[in-house]
Design a protein around this ligand. Sequence first.
Ligand code: IPM
Ligand code: MG
Length: 358
Amino acid sequence: MKTYRIASIPGDGIGIEVVAAGLCVLEALVERDGGFRLDVETFDWGSERYKRTGALMPEDGADQLRDFDAIFFGAVGAPDVPDHLTLWGLRLAICQPLDQYANVRPTRILPGIESPLRGVGPGDLDWVIVRENSEGEYAGQGGRSHRGLPGEVATEVSIFTRTGVERIMRHAFTLAQSRPRKLLTVVTKSNAQRYGMVMWDEIAREVSADFPDVTWDKMLVDAMTVRMTLNPSSLDTIVATNLHADILSDLAAALAGSIGIAPTANLNPERRTPSMFEPIHGSAFDITGKGIANPVATFWSASMLLQHIGEPDAARRLMDAIETVTANPDLHTPDLGGTATTDRVTEAVIAAIRGRND
Ligand code: IPM
Ligand code: MG
């Protein structure tokens, strides 16, 4: 029987609660399927470890993950640790060395979920945002000099490489080609940013030649927010830089009903290293310990994990179970206006997994 090795990194805050729920759901899928096993190893990396030892993870942390088939991640961030330390100390310290350069964020209005957009329902908003995940505005280039003096300077340099832009563009075109509408929107800001963003546009055009069946267009990122809000059905697959897609994916999650639903895959598409799956939301200390975190984003991420490791039937079964549950407003957590708890939603998803016969 196939056994996949999964590294679980719950991290901080509600990350711990939703990953626990996600592992229960994965266990139920393994039982239901009978054709594969998951060997899960948990890592206690995160802000508590930072406060104890001065580091969120061991120095060779990313290397410790190399032999796993996938990584299941919760969230990182604590009220008493600066956000840039937690981000660079854990999430980026995994994504960058493991070269998980394609961050894929599907957004859809699930059954039973209401969009804040008037007259927009399931089917009107079905997007996948492809976020460049290795360079751009998150390249880590920059510095500060003359701290505290009137002449203090700080730089935050965006890096765009031909290799980096071309590989994310190819990934986006390939993904667009695999979806029924074969439609890609390339987001830039090439009117104001005339070097990196103009190169981004040029590479998009070059790569498009290899995908003659994909219809593609270009949008400036500011205008893109308007199009997403006023004409969501005109979009399908979207590719953007690290920071632009970060911002657009929060907007996308809100327009699809809640950030509590939105999943992410940090992929190394060539499979040279394990990919990492996580909810988009953060550690949410305001609701930590209350048992009301929405586990749906984590379940959806778990479904992407199963798809990636090669268990598409289990992935589909999980997605169907999620949609059965979201369709019932009694099973909505407070972020969706309901009163259900994390446990209640988890039990319902497990029941739906067990109930299906095909
Ligand atoms: C995301 C998040 C992170 C990011 C935060 C937590 C640093 O917003 O995954 O979208 O900006 O990359
Ligand atoms: Mg974000």
